[in-house]
Write a protein that binds this ligand. Structure first.
Ligand SMILES: [Zn+2]
Ligand SMILES: [Zn+2]
Length: 348
């Protein structure tokens, strides 16, 4: 009996080989899972990475782990680093310019992985940084200075400035700050200013719509017909437009010679669009999401159109743009960038 239990136990443990996973990040600057960095040092390095994000909009992240096998992985650090980089989506999704420094403490291996925009162009400079700035310090178990010197050197390679020295290019700094402010204000500016901007336009439109019309035949002041009255002067499509409130029509008539002019006023906002067949603004569209967009891929939607005037029906398939990730200066999540495996590694 004991033997059967033992056999069962051995059988179970051998089955439960861990599937490969990746750690989840707790923030986008420093994830010191291996506890290599004392708090004050970690904070100083974080400030440099944060400054790089604010000044140059580049996502550079530092990760330390104990062992790759903690995540069910056995092998070289390159595939693991590329996998983790893409799992987190480091860097801007359009530019793919993110950078990750991964240190696996007890494997004694590290890697600087770069976004796919660089291809292999950064392999040599990153190798130099690994060999000159990082590994000699790691060999003396000096992880703090190794990581920090590496961070400084990578930032210098990417931007031409060391941390804290971006001031050298003041114009760029002002532009970045201005752009961030505008992005932040964007929605609110529209909400606050839109009514103010359209008020004078609306006033002018009302005035010009109501001002007296003079008959071109005899100079008599024309009369505007009431709604309902004017339907006999309108086409079927125009009447449909009026019913849908997508276009409003005024009919002016000369009391003397019965000369008639018809004026069209498009609604400011209408959910009806123009028909490709009859041309009237009497088309309603119904959207169906075929595939939702994510931060890493575009989606597809189908729009079914139906003209309420001529009864024409058609549909189009449209691409839904990738979801934009949170704003550039946010530390909440990565931008959805990817790496094609560029960078450099080392062991000590
Ligand atoms: Zn007239
Ligand atoms: Zn139509």
């Amino acid at each position: 009996m004991k033997h059967i239990v033992l056999a069962l136990f051995i059988g179970m443990t051998s089955i439960s080989v861990q599937a490969q996973t990746y750690p989840d990040y707790t923030e986008t600057y420093v994830n010191d899972f291996a506890d290599l960095l004392p708090d004050a040092d970690e904070e100083r390095i974080r400030a440099k990475l944060k400054e790089l994000r604010e000044e140059r909009d580049i996502e550079f992240t530092v990760v330390t782990i104990g062992l790759m096998s903690d995540y069910g992985y056995v092998g070289e650090i390159e595939p693991f680093a590329t996998g983790l980089f893409n799992f987190w989506g480091v860097g801007n999704a359009e530019r793919n310019d993110g950078v990750m420094m991964l240190v696996s403490r007890f494997d004694r291996k590290m890697r600087i992985e770069v976004g796919s925009v660089y291809g292999t162009a950064k392999n040599a400079p990153m190798q130099e940084i690994v060999d000159e700035a990082i590994l000699p310090r790691f060999k003396r178990d000096n992880y703090v200075t190794g990581i920090e010197s590496g961070v400084d050197a990578v930032i210098y390679d990417l931007t031409g400035s060391f941390p804290g020295e971006y001031d050298a290019n003041l114009a760029q700094k002002v532009m970045n700050r201005g752009r961030n402010l505008l992005e932040w204000l964007g929605g609110w500016i529209f909400v606050i200013l839109a009514p103010l901007l359209t008020l004078p336009l609306q006033a002018y439109r009302r005035w010009s719509r109501n001002k007296p019309r003079i008959c071109p035949n005899d100079g008599t002041r024309m009369v505007r017909l009431d709604e309902g009255w004017d339907d006999k002067h309108l086409q079927k499509g125009q009447i449909t437009e009026e019913e849908l409130k997508s276009v409003d029509y005024d009919v002016w008539e000369c009391p003397k010679c019965d000369h008639v002019t018809v004026e069209a006023y498009k609604a400011w906002f209408s959910r009806y669009s123009a028909c490709r067949t009859c041309g009237y603004r009497t088309v309603e569209g119904e959207t169906e999401i075929l595939e939702a967009a994510t931060t890493s891929s575009t989606g597809r939607k189908r729009i079914d159109y139906h003209c309420l005037n001529c009864d024409e029906r058609w549909h189009v398939i449209k691409t839904i743009p990738r979801k934009s990730s949170s704003s550039s200066s946010s530390s909440g999540s990565f931008g959805g960038g990817s790496s094609s495996g560029g960078g450099a590694s080392g062991s000590w």
